[in-house]
Design a binder for this molecule. Structure first.
Ligand code: AMP
Length: 181
């Protein structure tokens, strides 16, 4: 099963992605996580990615496609995956024709996402370096500009599942699994 989870930052993608991983036994892969790992490397690429991420901007499509395709060719992703954070632009979606079964869109308002993120950083006591308010706002702005057309792309293909992401974690998980059947 090849799934994509889409939503603004704070929509609950990694929570739901991990629950789906447990339920379906398919590996979960987040491009944000991949890029955060690369950003730790003391290399020109690492430093570049760190700078782009901390500003909330997107990594260029060519680089993103190169890195994602390298990962997805690994044997552990042969039978499927749950992909979070990719594709994020129409160019990425068009270049990525990988027999996707379903795309789950977790719909949450900007206001709700900002509340959740403010609570998240306060609640667990650790702030991620790329989670400043300015970077989060930029990411939300870029979501509307570049990722909403990606939703349209998958809607036209008839594979988009839309979920009200403002319900409880359990309700959302239940709705996703029902709609996947
Ligand atoms: P996320 O954890 O998904 O919010 O991603 C954090 C950051 O990683 C983003 O702000 C981008 O800088 C970068 N990133 C993650 N996925 C992508 C993608 N598909 N295309 C471009 N940049 C990405």
């Amino acid at each position: 099963m090849k799934l994509i989870v889409i939503g603004i930052q704070g929509a609950g993608k990694s929570t739901q992605g991990n629950l789906l991983h447990e339920k379906l036994g398919v590996p979960y892969l987040s491009t944000g996580h991949i890029f955060r790992q690369i950003a730790k490397e003391h290399t020109p690429l690492g430093r570049y990615i760190k700078e782009v991420m901390n500003a909330g901007y997107l990594i260029p499509d060519k680089k993103t496609l190169e890195i994602v395709s390298e990962y997805l060719h690994r044997p552990e992703y042969e039978k499927g995956y749950i992909l979070d954070g990719f594709p994020r632009t129409p160019a990425q979606a068009e270049a990525f024709e990988n027999g996707i079964d379903k795309v789950v869109y977790l719909r949450v308002s900007d206001k709700e996402a900002l509340w959740r993120l403010a609570y998240r950083s306060g609640a667990n006591g650790e702030t991620r370096e790329d989670e400043t308010l300015a970077a989060i706002k930029k990411r939300i702005e870029l979501f509307h500009k570049f990722t909403e057309p990606v939703l349209e792309f998958y809607r036209k293909k008839g594979v988009l599942i839309e979920i009200d992401g403002e319900q409880s974690i359990e309700e959302i998980h239940k709705e996703i699994t029902q709609k996947l059947q």
